[in-house]
Design a protein around this ligand. Structure first.
Ligand code: ACO
Length: 701
């Protein structure tokens, strides 16, 4: 991938469209570059001015006598093409285009943007924007934006598809003392996009956390490759907007983004190890916690509080977010019992009660921090007349320094009387919240990230060599030749067989005699079903007969089904009757699929049978790059997993064979893009193997 270092550490910067008029963006940018303390050379470009902000000004880029590492363009849209040509001619390889009026304004703007990109490609220029606020690096330092002021230095890198969001956050961050390392406004992402920047930040030692606000991604596959690698180096926290119908429409008109389905994003983010924030508040709560605190080693949370009610609220949230309440070891309980008043609660949540001063908090906090069965702590303070929030804050800070390996978050539940203590905590990089729920949600985000990265679910992508692609191709060819898109059951079963998905045998009979012969071959009992792509609900038209045990029953059923179809659907001429072996009952599962424009096919797994839509017990994964660990995780997410493990004395199902089936189904939908729908429902899972009973495949012609 491209080396973007000159974007963050240029030796020289030119601002094309620089202005002496203080209300112009071209003036703000020159001043921002100067005021942030940028130590390289600065070249304002304006044909009418001899000097701008006290610096010599040049009429055009071609007249600058020096090498320029970075150009910032802030001239009207139509003038951008010529300026970009000048960049190419003067061998400038990195350009930020602030100017609006491109893709986001409609077809004419899109044309202009394409022309701009074409010039970039011609000269090998890497472009940020157009229609962006610019970029910042607090360590260089460089402020190549028209934001108000410069953020505090810190270790959070922030990438934003919305310029407005970026400038607002930069302004707000100073009020809570939040510091940034690098900040990027993506704009229209005509060239450089979030994946390029995430990649660039992944190896930046001065950035500990990567924070993103995005409305869409352009190349889902590439994005996932980059982010999966980055997430193993440092947390990537993303707020993806446009998840609702209204939000997607707003995103679409905002920067011309076409938001993908949220299910695909959700699945892709989980698989890539991305921490997903649902709200802006959560995005920055997570950023603060990841930046300020170490990662918890596990999910056991301890609470130290001076109030019972909020302690219970915190305990509920711990359980609801999938964390667990720490259970203290005996030494901890003994120490707490010996030191705390008898009215106190020594079990988690530790209630040091309303008259607690800093010394009591300090003792309790140290006791739980020392406990090996505690992974993180939330300290909660409610104001009473005897509470000293600042002294408590000092103790929390002292103990955090003494036990730096365990995260401590705080919840100062109150207002004015707690403000100074809260401020002191924030300065010392102890996350401080008003209410406990967001603190605990942030811990859950950190725990999930650690679990994901440690789980090894990445593993090796599964690929089978023992599948018969040509056989599937031939079946599809016949279906298309027959001017159909829906495969008959017998064809779908043959496709499954070619991919070594164990399906109950299905054969097509065109006469009662043939039906009897096939039944004898398969062995009784058998099931007869009408074969016609035009009949969706076969049972409703009397097109299914199950549990047939002998020749006579098969003959009768064949004729009865044909007569039923003739009566209910006189215009439909069935292809015949499908004979399938009646399989013994097993745990009913479903394997299905859907396709996403950005991320490709998704494979679905869940509880099968006729209540699928009612129970909605289904989990999804991207088919591409799926691993054994990933399939095991997706199964574990469903209630079906409980049945498969052996519910109420049942024997456990053969999990390895189910994982194998899901993996093979994933490969099938990856190998054949023409499969637009596939539903295997039910699959019967047994203690030894499984059997796919009903397979529906639709192809796009
Ligand atoms: N080379 C050098 N200088 C030039 C050139 C050129 N080819 N062409 C024009 N200039 C000069 C102009 O003479 C002018 O200088 P002056 O102030 O001394 O007269 C200066 O460049 C700017 O040109 P103007 O025509 O005055 O344009 P203006 O400053 O009004 O607007 C701008 C330019 C800011 C790029 C505007 O077109 C624009 O796109 N604004 C929106 C920017 C934006 O919102 N970006 C997205 C941010 S994301 C968000 O939502 C916050």
């Amino acid at each position: 991938m491209a080396d973007l270092t000159p974007l963050f550490h240029p030796n020289s910067v030119a601002i094309v469209g620089a202005s002496n008029k203080p209300d112009k963006i071209g003036n703000v940018i020159v001043r921002n570059v100067i005021d942030c303390g940028f130590s390289g050379k600065i070249y304002p470009i304006n044909p009418k001015e001899p000097k701008i902000a006290g610096l010599p000004c040049y009429p055009s880029l071609v007249e600058v006598p020096d090498k320029i590492d970075l150009a910032i363009i802030t001239v009207p849209a139509k003038a951008c093409l010529d300026v970009m040509e000048d960049c190419g001619k003067t061998n400038i390889k990195h350009v930020i285009v602030i100017t609006a009026g491109f893709k986001e304004v409609g077809p004419e703007g899109l044309e202009l943007e394409k022309k701009l990109l074409f010039i970039c490609k011609k000269y090998g220029i890497r472009m940020v924007g157009p229609n962006c606020v610019g970029i910042m690096d607090t360590h260089t330092p460089l402020n190549a934006t028209f934001a108000v002021g410069f953020p505090l230095q810190g270790d959070i890198a922030f990438i934003s598809q919305s310029g407005a969001m970026l400038v607002s956050i930069m302004d707000w961050s100073k009020t809570i003392g939040l510091g940034f390392s690098r900040v990027f406004s993506l704009g229209n992402k005509a060239d450089l996009n979030e994946a390029d920047f995430i990649n660039a930040i992944a190896d930046d030692p001065l950035s500990k956390v990567i924070l993103c606000y995005i409305e869409d991604v352009h190349n889902g596959k590439h994005f996932l490759e980059v982010v999966s690698k980055a997430a193993r180096k440092k947390p990537v926290i993303i707020l993806k907007s446009g998840t609702s119908q209204a939000g997607a429409q707003a995103a679409s008109s905002h920067t011309g983004a076409l938001a993908g389905s949220d299910l695909a994003y959700e699945t892709a983010f989980t698989q890539a190890g991305i921490v997903r924030a649902r709200t802006m508040t959560e995005l920055f709560d997570l950023a603060t916690c990841f930046s300020y605190q170490p990662l918890p080693k596990g999910d056991r949370v301890a609470i130290v509080t001076n109030a019972g009610g909020p302690g219970i609220v915190a305990s509920d949230t711990i359980e609801n977010t999938g964390l667990s309440m720490a259970r203290f070891e005996k030494e901890t309980l003994d120490a707490l019992r010996a030191y705390l008043p008898t009215e106190a609660n020594i079990y988690n949540p530790v209630d040091v009660i309303g008259d607690a001063k800093a010394d009591r908090y300090s003792f309790a906090l140290e006791a739980v921090l020392k406990d090996p069965y505690v992974d993180s702590v939330v300290v909660m303070v409610c104001p009473t007349a005897v509470t000293d929030p600042e002294a408590i804050a000092e103790e929390v800070i002292r103990l955090h320094q003494k036990y730096p390996e365990k995260p401590i978050l705080t919840s100062y539940i109150g207002g004015v009387s707690l403000a100074k203590g809260a401020q002191r905590l924030s300065q010392a990089k102890i996350p401080v919240f008003t209410f406990p729920e967001p603190a605990i949600q942030a811990i859950a985000g950190m725990v999930n990230y650690t679990r994901r990265i440690d789980s090894g679910a990445e593993g090796e992508a599964i690929r089978f060599d023992d599948v018969d692609r040509n056989k599937v191709k031939a079946i599809f060819y016949d279906v298309i030749r027959d001017r159909r898109s829906v495969l008959l059951g017998s064809e779908a079963a043959a496709v499954a067989e070619a991919y070594k998905i164990s399906a109950a045998p299905v054969r097509l009979a065109t006469s009662p005699d043939e039906a009897v012969n096939l039944s004898l071959e398969m062995g009784y009992p058998v099931v007869l079903k009408v074969a016609s792509p035009k009949i969706m609900h076969k049972t409703d038209v009397g097109g299914v007969k199950i549990g047939l045990n002998n020749e006579q029953e098969v003959r009768d059923a064949f004729i009865e089904i044909m007569e039923n179809v003739q009566r209910y659907l006189p215009n439909v001429i069935p292809y015949g009757i499908e004979i399938s072996k009646m399989m013994p009952k097993g745990t009913e599962l479903i394997v299905g699929m859907t396709r996403d424009m950005q991320f490709g096919p998704l494979i679905a797994f869940g509880l099968g049978g006729i209540y699928v839509n009612l129970l909605k017990d289904v989990s999804f994964r991207l088919a591409r790059g799926i691993t054994h660990g990933e399939i095991a995780a997706m199964i574990a997410e469903t209630k079906a997993a409980t049945l498969l493990r052996g519910y109420r004395g049942d024997k456990p199902a053969d999990m390895l064979s189910i994982i194998d089936m899901v993996a093979r189904a994933a490969q099938l939908i990856l190998d054949f893009e023409e499969i637009s729908e596939m539903d295997i429902n039910p699959v019967f899972a047994y203690p030894d193997g499984y059997s796919a009973l009903d397979i529906k495949i639709t192809i796009e012609i």
